[in-house]
Structure formats: C-alpha cells, structure tokens
Design a binder for this molecule. Sequence first.
Ligand code: PHE
Length: 356
Amino acid sequence: MSLETLEQETLAQVAAAADEAALEAVRVAALGKKGTISEQMKQLGALAPEERKSFGAALNLLKDKVADALAARKGELADRALNERLVRERVDVTLPVRHELRGTIHPVNQVWEEIVQIFGDLGFSVAEGPHIEDDFHNFDALNMPPEHPARQEHDTFYFNEKPDGSRLVLRTHTSPVQIRTMKTQQPPIRIIAPGRTFRSDSDMTHTPMFNQVEALVIDETTHLGNLKWLLHEFCKAFFEVDDVKMRFRASHFPFTEPSMEVDINCSWKDGQVKIGEGDSWLEILGSGMVHPNVIRAGGLDPDKYQGFAFGMGIDRIAMLKYGIPDLRAFFESDLRWLRHYGFKSLQVPTLAGGLS
Ligand code: PHE
C-alpha cells in the first residue's frame, strides 16, 4: 500500500471515530506495536541508505500527521461529551425547593444574623478577633492586671505555659476585640463583634462554649444615656415587640466605669421560657462606659475620647426569643431538637421582611 493511501485511510478512520474507545482502536491499529504505520517503520532497515532517508522522512511526517489528527479528534469528542452532559444534567433553579430537604439553620446562627441586621441598620460594622487570645488582650489591656481578682471569676481555659512563662487562653469574652479595634481604627468607632467565647462552666444557662456579641462605641461625646437608648431600641427590634421590660442594675467590671448589668423580664413555665411576663429576670448583658485605662491600652487618648461597651449573650437572647429552656441543648446536635427549633435555610432575616 502506498503511503498516500495509508494516510488517507487512517485519517478517514480518525474522522469517523464516534467516541473515545473507537478513537483509541484507530490509534492502536495505526501507531500501536503492530499498527500499519509501525509495520512500515520495520521495513526501513531493509532499504538502501538513500531510499531509507527519504522513506523515513515521509513516514515520520505521516506519523506526526496522524498523531495530530488523533489529538484534535480527541478534543472534539471530549467537548461533545461535555456538552451532552451539560444538557443531560441541566438543573431548573426556578423549581420549588424539594420538601425532603430537612437541613435547618441553628437558632444561634439565625439570632446572630438578626443581631447583625439590627446593628447594621444602626450604622455599626462587624469586627472580629481570634478565639485563642493572649493574656494581654483578654485581661491586661482590659484593666485586669495579673493579680486582679476578676481574673478568677472567668473560669479560664489556659493553654500550656510557653518557655517565657506566658500562657495563651481561649478568650473568656469578646471584649478583647475592643482593644484590637481601637488599635486599628480611629474614632468615631461603632462596631459589634459576635463570636465564640469559652469558660469552664456548665448548667441550665451556662455552657463551656457560648456566644457573645460585643459592642463598642467610641467618640468624643457618647454617654450612658446613649447606651440605654441603644439597648432599648435593640431589644424592641430583636424581640419584635413595642416595649420590653428591662432592668438596669449597677454592677462592676474592671474595664468599664460606671458599669451596669441588664436583665430582661421573663417567666419559666411548663418547660418554656417566655419574655415579657412573670416575675423572673434573665441577665443578658454586661455594659458600661469604657474605662480610661482601656481606652489608653487601645492606643487612644482618654482625655479626648469616651464611649460605651457591652457584651451580650447571644445564646441567652436566643433562648428568650424562641422559648428554649435549656442552653445545653443548643450544642448537643440532637437532630430532633434541630428540626424543632431550626429555621428554614431560605428564611433569611431582614428588617424589611421580618426578622423571624
Ligand atoms: N465582657 C463582659 C463579660 O463577659 C461583658 C461586658 C462587656 C461588660 C463590655 C462590660 C462591657 O461578662
């Protein structure tokens, strides 16, 4: 067979291959060990030197042509297979959600999102800090030097001591974010910092890991009255009621002066906690005017700047809003509980559309 005929036939076979398997068969038949082109190669040795040169060159050319054609056809077939698959696997995103999709949004995530919505609307932005903190940010900078008795109240989880004697901690509150924020932002500052916090403590209303949201407002004029107004507005928006009975109790924190704790009126009946009735109170936050030492530790001048901060328990207010009596259940991952208290995944809270 002449090389021309061989070329024509082989290229025709390549073009006719309908899928990858057929194409592979064509390749083996031409270029495989016993393939038509490989057989021609074997003849070369028997030829006279001159002839061998020209025939060899022609054969190499043919081999390259066939290899190129194979590669091109392979690409075509792959494209075609992909297109067919795309058509076959088309998803109609306008169809309604299938009912058996049972995954739900955890109440903590839902409430977290509600909080961000409310404070976002009031001009706050969200700040973050690490869960593993150093002693300085968790304590020292917050006006709690090493010998300060308040350190004991925090039931801190400590990491092993480092060679230099220092110890990292799991942050016991979100307040270290106050320091990190003042160090990186110039007033006026308006941030909230939602996140995980850790203390070695466990009962109906305490878990070793819990969620807090810190708020920090720093400028030249903000005062305690602004804080009370803000908390009131927040509670009305969050609990979606016209008024919320709140109790402001004088308190003490090393990092605020004056300080107050805030309780919300509620009742515990038949394994349900209800807001706005009964004669029980649930503490939801600690707050106060930021202590001058803290403002200084944040790198700002306390003679010029002032403001307030609070730290609120996210899980606590989730319990109150959604009538969940035992905090520990939040973190047990019981599917029945999650289905009962969870939110539909497309039920995103917005102020306009309703929070819950
Ligand atoms: N960090 C305090 C706590 O966890 C709460 C708090 C925050 C109090 C900010 C005052 C100001 O108990």
